[in-house]
Design a protein around this ligand. Structure first.
Ligand SMILES: [Zn+2]
Length: 120
């Protein structure tokens, strides 16, 4: 910020019409330098023209980019990771339990313990 010329405004370049940034020289006088393509320079050199140029220029508006509102991500209807419970098979007769089954087995018991022993 020491020697970097700060843009204090913008005017339309009188030569090419492009936006010309206005800066202040070391004496505080506004000047413009078209950096677009024509390199035209506008110097005020005194307080009178400096005041005129400063009145004519558009002040620099510091544009702070506002954070874009994040688009609403559709949430999954069910929590990820929770295994869906398979529905009970309909129309299929339940696997016959061997006689003398001690506890009332759930429908998935044959799947879990079916390989223990052969059929009695
Ligand atoms: Zn120009």
């Amino acid at each position: 910020m020491s020697d970097a010329k700060q843009i204090i405004g913008n005017i339309d370049c009188p030569v090419c019409g492009h936006e010309m940034p206005v800066k202040a020289d070391k004496n505080g006088h506004a000047y413009g330098h078209c950096a677009h393509r024509c390199n035209a320079q506008v110097f005020t050199r005194n307080d009178h023209r400096d005041g005129l140029l400063r009145k004519a220029m558009r002040p620099v508006t510091v544009s702070v980019p506002l954070p874009e509102p994040t688009p609403a991500v559709p949430k999954p209807s069910h929590a990820v990771g929770a295994a869906p419970v398979p529905p009970l098979p309909t129309g299929t007769p339940p696997v016959q339990q061997p006689a003398g089954a001690k506890t009332k087995a759930n429908w998935f018991s044959p799947v879990l313990g079916g390989a223990k022993h052969g059929r009695a």
